[in-house]
Design a protein around this ligand. Structure first.
Ligand code: ADP
Ligand code: 2DT
Ligand code: MG
Length: 209
């Protein structure tokens, strides 16, 4: 085992259009350009069977009760756990576009969905080494391109989501709240610098559950 270095598990969270997908791709590209082994993971992963059901729900082509869709999003993470762990052990850093925190936040803002109930099935999944929370000012939120027509893509939900993410960030270690109003390059520079530091910091540590 001597000489084996593991990859880091780095998650990017935030409201819709905060730049998560843009930043995830750029981060993976820059890490690869620096010869760091890195890969992109996204949740929901719509390519699996469960992911297909989630896709239909998000596109408003199906109805599921709040509890059922919550557990499906969680199952979509559980079905990727083994593969993610294997990659991390092989030294691949995983940059993850949304994770359990989106799962907890988007469900727990719904009526009659308790935070604790939403958190429970996430326990035992791989614990990220670093979570970036991208935040937008109200002004910048209004300037970003229009919402699509998926479920949750409306101002009222997004305001609740933004607040719930911030509340969550106050309770956790390993979170970096990154104001994401700046240019794509400015935000990228901040994320890359912190990610590189974290990758070096955890490479000899064990993977956390
Ligand atoms: P998310 O994945 O968080 O929903 P995206 O990365 O898809 O966000 O970005 C949403 C939209 O905003 C895209 O059109 C993208 O090009 C644009 N965008 C992303 N980052 C910035 C930025 N820093 N400044 C201005 N526009 C941005
Ligand atoms: P994007 O594919 O544009 O990121 O939108 N969601 C996501 C949940 O409700 N629970 C989850 O566990 C996850 C990962 C947020 C995906 C939408 O799905 C929501 C927006
Ligand atoms: Mg996205």
């Amino acid at each position: 085992m001597n000489g084996m270095r593991r990859g880091a598990l780095i998650v990017i969270e935030g409201v819709d259009r905060s730049g998560k997908s843009t930043q995830c791709k750029k981060l993976v590209d820059s890490l690869k350009a620096m010869s760091v082994n890195a890969d992109l993971v996204r949740f929901p992963d719509r390519s699996t069977h469960i992911g297909g059901l989630i896709d239909k729900y998000l596109k408003q082509k199906s109805h599921l009760c709040d509890e059922a869709i919550h557990l499906m999003f969680t199952a979509n993470r559980w079905e990727k756990k083994e593969e993610m762990e294997r990659l991390l052990k092989q030294g691949v850093t995983l940059v993850v576009d949304r994770y359990s925190f989106s799962g907890i936040v988007y469900s727990s803002i719904k009526k009659n969905m308790k935070l604790h109930w939403c958190q429970e099935p996430e326990n035992g999944l791989l614990r990220p080494d670093l979570v970036f929370l991208l935040t937008l000012s109200e002004n910048e939120m209004a300037k970003r391109p229009n919402f699509g027509d998926e479920r949750y893509e409306n101002t009222e939900t997004q305001e609740k989501v933004a607040k719930a993410f911030l509340d969550m960030s106050r309770e956790q270690g390993d979170w970096e709240v990154v104001p994401a109003d700046g240019t794509i390059e400015d935000v990228h520079k901040v994320l890359l610098e912190r990610a590189v530091k974290k990758i070096a910091e955890v490479e000899r540590k064990s993977i956390r559950n």
